[in-house]
Ligand binder design. Structure first.
Ligand code: NAD
Length: 285
């Protein structure tokens, strides 16, 4: 059987979104003589984290957003880190603050995330942002889940009334995307590692979001014919990046599918720029 699914080009959609942000930044710069500023805090020298931070700062530059990177030693004291965050909270040139996770074990991650001023929480990880998301009030939404909704919208996928199944219940992907789909009137099932019969759940999905971090967990027999399948997984297997979805076989069953790489991944950085722009716009009022 040949491939039937339409493959979503996340790279192209993210590029379009980044260009839209850049245009708006230029317009605001012309009218206010100011630009949005993003501070990225990196603790330690984890190479994957450093690469993520580089791609975020590069994307900022391209969009005309001023980025400031603070690299702190692995051994930084919690009080020092909190002090740096407090300085950034009070800095009028900084509109967004991002703390690259994971943090070293000796740091209290929750206390550090909570130190970010809610109006600068462009990653959407503070309790204030989470509460707003749960209550469906305007606020910052974590970038990967926000990027997934943006992809669905730009691909004109109908959400209301559909059965959405999310595989993975993490704070940064699974739970927030479940709430976003719920607020858009999907009926949502949230699956996880203790779900008794995962295939029985996923087979009922009109929209299936795979965010378990398990290579090729979702096989073709687990997908309802015609389903929209969003693959969030990023797994390195034998030097290659692959998703949580068994791509080729699932492409013969699904109607719409995101690839890995080039699907959800590029949207995450694009949404960070969008969130930073929004933080800046709000600061102007
Ligand atoms: P996590 O490890 O925090 O959470 C994984 C979740 O999947 C858990 O809730 C767990 O219960 C569930 N799970 C694990 N094995 C399962 C199984 N066999 N069946 C059902 N559920 C299972 O991971 P995360 O941070 O949410 O990330 C998930 C994946 O998405 C990872 O591959 C990660 O690299 C990727 N990711 C991608 C982006 C992006 O920008 N594209 C952003 C964040 C995370």
């Amino acid at each position: 059987m040949s491939q039937t699914a339409r493959i979503i080009d996340g790279k192209a959609i993210a590029a379009a979104l980044r260009a839209e942000v850049a245009l708006r930044v230029r317009a605001l710069q012309a009218s206010t003589d100011r630009v949005p500023g993003l501070a990225v805090i990196l603790v330690g020298e984890d190479s994957a984290s450093a690469a993520y931070v580089r791609s975020k700062t590069r994307a900022c530059q391209e969009a005309g957003i001023a980025s400031r990177q603070l690299t702190l030693p692995e051994t930084v004291a919690q009080s020092d880190l909190l002090h740096r965050i407090a300085e950034l909270n009070g800095d009028p040139a900084i509109h967004g603050i991002l703390i690259q996770l994971p943090l070293p074990m000796h740091l209290d991650e929750r206390a550090i995330l909570e130190a970010v001023a809610p109006e600068k929480d462009v990653d959407g990880f503070t309790f204030a942002s989470i509460g707003r998301l749960v209550e469906n009030r305007a606020g910052f939404v974590p970038c990967t889940p926000a990027g997934i909704l943006e992809l669905l919208d730009r691909e004109k996928v109908e959400i209301a009334g559909k059965h959405a199944v999310v595989v993975g219940r993490s704070e940064i992907v699974g739970k927030p995307v479940a709430f976003l789909l719920l607020h858009r009137h999907a009926t949502v099932t949230l699956c996880h590692s203790r779900t008794a019969d995962l295939a029985a759940e996923t087979r009922r999905a009109d929209i299936l979001v795979a965010a378990a971090g398990r290579p090729r967990l979702i096989t073709a027999d687990m997908v309802k014919p015609g389903a929209v399948v969003i693959d969030v997984g990023i797994n390195r297997v034998a030097g290659k990046l692959i998703g949580d979805v068994d791509f080729e076989p699932v492409a013969r069953v699904a109607s719409v599918l995101t690839p890995v790489p080039g699907g959800v991944g590029p949207m995450t950085v694009a949404m960070l720029l969008k969130n930073t722009l929004h933080a800046f716009e709000r600061s102007l009022h």
